[in-house]
Design a protein around this ligand. Structure first.
Ligand code: 2AM
Ligand code: CA
Length: 260
């Protein structure tokens, strides 16, 4: 089974994160503010590419740490973030994951997200539900007012900071509290596991959300572009995600002009 093979490979890749030493010595800056890559990002990506090639020969690879990215094909493509939450990884903050999405014709079929620090393996297969370490997971039924809001700050795009923090403030005043994890994929899994109710980040790349989007949807949640449209996996976009009550509350805040 492809899913089981991917899970085993991703678990193995998690060891590279856990055994990493002297991380700050191998940090390089990419373009944009607070945008880093380490030798470990590249190492995990190479390890995944090698393994996934054997699992599904013929699939196209789209990985964050490549020089240039292939277009989404009609057939299978793996969309990979070798380390989501790179700044956390660099800092030893222990809140990062490996994210592997498999799409066919641009539609997600499999999503696997592994947090090696918590030893939590999230996965989903289209139409078959979402799981964490083998147990079915489900979004919560709490309203936004009884919810936690996960905030993404899009740190590589300073021009979005003002809007991000205005949203964070408005959502903070209408919920129990906000949280900021630093990993978009783990935020989506937290929603899927019913640990939080709403998440937004005004710009993300497909590898940040390809796997988490399917895990969330299979857990009964919703993920949309910030324009309220269906997600696409071939371009950067802002996203909102949550359970149905929180998504409805967000739509009302947009319509009433509280969020702009
Ligand atoms: P990374 O750690 O793989 O770089 C942090 O805000 C989360 O969003 C992380 O998942 C980070 O991915 C991603 N991210 C932050 N800013 C981004 C940007 N401008 N474009 C794409 N992804 C971004
Ligand atoms: Ca990354």
């Amino acid at each position: 089974m492809i899913l089981e093979k991917i899970i085993r490979l991703v678990e193995e890749a998690g060891k590279i994160l856990m055994e990493a030493t002297d991380i700050e010595a191998c940090v390089e800056e990419k373009s944009g503010r607070a945008n880093f890559v380490t030798e470990y990002d590249k190492k995990v990506q190479d390890f995944l590419f090698q393994g996934l090639k054997e699992i599904l020969p013929g699939a196209v690879f789209i990985g964050e740490e490549e020089e240039s990215h292939a277009a989404l094909p009609k057939g299978y493509a793996f969309i990979i973030d070798p380390i989501d939450g790179t700044t956390n990884f660099m800092k030893g903050y222990r809140m990062s994951c490996i994210s592997v999405g498999l799409v066919k014709g641009g539609c997600p079929e499999i999503g696997v997200v592994y947090n090696p620090y918590q030893k939590e393996m999230f996965w989903a297969k289209k139409g078959e539900g979402a799981f964490c370490n083998g147990k079915a997971i489900r979004v919560s039924e709490h309203a936004l007012s009884d919810g936690l809001v996960l905030v993404g700050t899009s740190p590589y795009n300073e021009e979005l900071s003002g809007r991000s923090f205005e949203w964070a403030y408005e959502l903070f005043t209408r919920s129990l509290d906000i949280r900021r994890s630093g990993s978009a994929a783990l935020d989506l899994c937290s929603l899927a596991a019913g640990r939080a109710e709403f998440y937004f980040e005004l710009i993300l790349s497909p590898w940040d959300f390809a796997a988490g989007a399917l895990i969330l949807e299979e857990a009964g949640g919703t993920i949309l572009s910030v324009e309220g449209k269906e997600l696409t996996f071939d371009q950067k976009q802002g996203i909102v995600a949550g359970n149905s009550k929180a998504i409805e509350a967000w739509k009302e805040l947009m319509e009433s002009g509280v969020l702009a």
